[in-house]
Design a protein around this ligand. Structure first.
Ligand SMILES: [Zn+2]
Length: 351
């Protein structure tokens, strides 16, 4: 891969271009041009151009394929699929908000040196997009969530031309992202295809079991209590999958500011419907949730924090939430327990 990459653009020139772009906020003609071109198109074009010659280079390279994933959820998926044929690292760790994350200089070096960069897409990594659009000139970049069937995606209510990127909130939809990751690795490393497909099949079966277990647990909450109030609007796919009403203070992106009017609306909703628990998120500051709790208290309604949810980032290394499956099980258990008032039966049949 590195041989192929070196044929495309001189490294020093690339860094000079990138740093110039980052420093001057993308005002150069070159950067503006890339903003105007579909990132997905560029990524697909580059991947097609370089994959044709990649297998020979990989066969001659005994080292694992270096994969850099933007989010920890993507890194987890790529590691499960790639096993010991890949070495995966994530740009964003625990508690990091992907909507506002900007690449550091060390991130740039890691991505430029990678054999494959895996991004989420769908405007999740909004601040990384200009850099990724340039990176695609010299490193394969695959935006996995952009390969999903658009018919399965929800639109962003604030920006209808965009899709809601939080697809990992439905394990059966996340399974499609995992499958796209397996296909990407198989194209990059055809000799490993059977290995990747076997790993993906095992992981997809685990995701299917996760979805079923989650459905049973969440069905244990009385229908009138199935209202999920969170800091930002990351749980709409979760709500669609499990029949929960989802209400958020901020929009799809944490970059939108919550207005006082919005908080007042939610105080009214929480108090009038007698909602007993609302949730903080590990990657979002708690101030808006606290304002909501205090507003409800001023109206004589006590609402408590039902727990911390992992919305846009997994848990810290070494914790049970440091995998996608662990993170999702934590969220389901926290939501079901807080809203039901006690732990609902996890093994109860769905109907
Ligand atoms: Zn989000």
């Amino acid at each position: 891969m590195r041989t192929i990459i070196q044929n495309n653009i001189d490294l020093a020139s690339f860094f000079a271009m990138v740093f110039r772009c980052v420093s001057f906020r993308c005002v150069s003609f070159r950067c503006v041009s890339f903003r105007c071109v579909s990132f997905r198109s560029l990524a697909s074009l580059w991947l097609c151009l370089c994959l044709a010659g990649s297998s020979a280079a990989l066969a001659a390279n005994p080292h694992p394929i270096a994969v850099v994933a933007t989010t920890s959820m993507l890194a987890d998926a790529m590691q499960r699929i790639g096993g010991d044929r890949v070495a995966v690292t994530a740009l964003m760790g625990a508690g990091v908000d992907p909507h506002s994350y900007r690449q550091t200089r060390s991130d740039i070096v890691r991505m430029v040196r990678a054999d494959l960069v895996v991004s989420h897409g769908l405007h999740l990594e909004a601040q990384l997009e200009p850099f990724l659009a340039q990176l695609v000139q010299r490193t394969p970049v695959a935006a996995l969530a952009e390969q999903l069937d658009p018919a399965k995606l929800l639109h962003d209510e604030d920006y209808p031309e965009r899709h809601d990127p939080h697809v990992w909130m439905d394990p059966r939809l996340w399974a499609d992202v995992v499958a796209a990751g397996a296909q990407t690795l198989s194209r990059l490393d055809p000799e490993g295809r059977p290995y990747y497909e076997a790993n993906a099949d095992r992981y997809l079966a685990e995701l299917d079991a996760l979805a079923a277990d989650s459905g049973r647990m969440l069905a244990g909450v009385p229908p009138g209590k199935r209202v999920l109030v969170t800091a930002h609007d990351a749980f709409r796919y979760f709500g669609r999958a499990y029949g929960y009403e989802v209400v958020a203070i901020q929009g799809i992106s944490t970059e939108s500011e919550a207005s006082l009017n919005r908080i007042e609306q939610l105080v009214e909703l929480v108090a009038s419907r007698g909602i007993g628990a609302i949730f903080v998120e590990s990657s979002v500051p708690q101030r808006n949730i606290q304002a909501l709790i205090e507003g409800a208290a001023a109206r004589g309604h006590e609402v408590r924090i039902g727990g911390e949810l992992f919305s846009d980032a997994m848990g810290a290394p070494g914790t049970p939430e440091d995998t996608y499956i662990g993170m999702f099980r934590h969220n389901v258990s926290t939501i079901a327990t807080a809203l039901a008032g006690s732990a609902p039966p996890a093994q109860a049949p769905e109907n």
